[in-house]
Design a protein around this ligand. Structure first.
Ligand SMILES: [Zn+2]
Ligand SMILES: [Zn+2]
Length: 459
């Protein structure tokens, strides 16, 4: 690189200095914080100046989000101010649905799911009673509670809410209204999470086409819908179709809501994990590191999204062969997941399974076995035996038993995996092909060369 001249260096420094001042009092004394997605001269502020504005502004939303970029602050002060407002409204006998919903959404976004749930439920109850079952506000409450219960892993309770929200919106708003399209996307994603890709795909596709047409390609709802559809394609094994969509969503989010927004972090993780699946580990590493670093800073170490980020980076370390780093990260994710999400949440089970796998890879079969079995048992109970994650667990326990030399116990598990993947993913999906190889190798180990040949030939 050519050495910079004095003039260039001076200019660069002046620009930095010019930007580093509080957007409220215009003073330059530190420390300055970056509270939202605003950039340029509005990027930084003193915490004390911003807090004062938030506590005293007459604007309804000043307490919890930036009026310029609409990014939420997602911090303790938002909760404090909204809780106080709710308290006042209750005491004065005022309308509370709006504030209930705002406070619940804030708790939801901050990962405080258990505290959000009773508030969403109350908002829904009051809304049904006072506004009726088909009012827009009631439908929003139904949708929000459905998303929260899904995040918490209570799929059985979430499903009727997703379906009710969609059905009533189709009837009252029509099929092309953005709210209907968002509900279609939500139900599609619910089905994807449940492992029902065949039912998820047409819904996610319908929502995306409709949102592109009605809201345009850069609207936040469209961007979420792009991610959701791409996720289904990725789960189906169609990485080539998923990749441009994940990239598109990430690029536009960086431009419109900035690189620190939680929704952008999800996109960074999505692209990172896709690149990892494609074997581009260096590019994946850059993104997954970025997502985790910003997530720890803006959401905190215990936020569910941060835990997903830790898991993702750990699985990349694993893939790169850095088993010690992977084990450390998986341990951190697992400990925090057990505490904050509980032992049976799908994200906790991912951590349990992954830690088991990395221990197994290091030859520590005795430590790995109880973890892999715990993940399998809980997944059978919470997701059912045909869910892709359960099938992974069945395969993992089967392979571990094979490694231990217990071929009799391993065989039915590997057969069950293959059968399940044929039924749910089809015969050409890469996971199905891996299953065939695994079962073939087991039968070879057993000395049953004829059966092994038949399994491998069927490929
Ligand atoms: Zn200031
Ligand atoms: Zn802002």
């Amino acid at each position: 690189m050519a050495p910079r001249t004095r003039a260039q260096r001076k200019r660069a420094r002046e620009e930095e200095v010019e930007e580093e001042r509080c957007r409220l009092c215009l003073e330059e004394d530190h420390p300055l914080v970056q509270p939202c997605a605003c950039r340029g001269s509005a990027k930084l502020a003193h915490k004390r100046c911003l807090d004062h504005w938030r506590r005293t502004s007459p604007k309804e939303d000043a307490a919890y989000r930036c009026g310029q970029c609409m990014d939420h602050y997602r911090d303790a002060l938002s909760l404090e101010l909204l809780s106080a407002r709710l308290q006042t409204e209750r005491t004065d006998g005022e309308e509370i649905i709006f504030t209930l919903d705002k406070l619940a959404a804030e708790l939801h976004a901050q990962g405080k799911w258990n505290e959000a749930e009773p508030l969403y439920r109350e908002a829904l109850e009051v809304s049904r009673e006072t506004l009726g079952n088909r009012h827009l506000s009631t439908l929003a409450c139904i949708g929000n509670l459905g998303l929260l219960l899904q995040a918490k892993g209570d799929l059985a309770a979430a499903e009727p809410l997703h379906r009710e929200s969609l059905e009533v919106r189709r009837e009252t708003l029509g099929n092309r209204h953005p709210d209907t399209l968002a509900a279609i996307s939500n139900l599609g994603t619910f089905l994807q999470v449940r492992g029902d890709l065949a039912a998820a795909e047409p819904l996610c596709r319908e929502a995306l086409v409709g949102l592109r047409e009605t809201l345009g390609n850069r609207h936040p709802h469209t961007l979420i819908s792009i991610d959701n559809f791409a996720m289904v394609l990725q789960d189906k094994g169609d990485l080539a179709a998923a990749e441009p969509l994940f990239h598109e969503a990430l690029e536009v989010k960086r431009e419109t809501i900035g690189s620190r927004h939680p929704s952008t972090l999800i996109s960074i993780n999505n692209v990172g994990m896709l690149l990892k699946a494609k074997g581009d580990l260096d590019a994946a590493g850059q993104l997954l590191h970025e997502a985790l670093e910003v997530s720890r800073k803006t959401l905190g170490n215990r936020h569910p999204d941060t835990l997903i980020s830790i898991n993702n980076l750990a699985s990349l370390s694993n893939e790169k062969g850095d088993l010690a780093a992977a084990e450390l990260l998986f341990h951190e994710a697992l400990e925090l997941s057990r505490e904050t999400l509980g032992n049976r949440h799908k994200d906790t089970l991912i951590s349990i399974n992954n830690l088991g796998m990395v221990l197994d890879d290091q030859g520590n079969v005795d430590a790995a076995e109880p973890l892999l079995r715990e993940a399998l048992e809980a997944r059978r109970e919470t997701l059912g035996s045909r869910h892709p994650s359960t099938l992974n667990s069945i395969s993992n326990v089967g392979m571990l038993l094979q490694e231990k030399g217990d071929l009799v116990a391993a065989e039915p598990l590997l057969r069950e995996t293959l059968q399940g993947r044929r039924e749910t993913l089809g015969n050409r999906h890469k996971d199905t092909l891996i299953s065939i190889e695994n079962l073939g190798r087991l039968l070879q180990d057993k000395g049953d060369l004829v059966a092994a040949g038949l399994v491998l030939l069927a490929n």
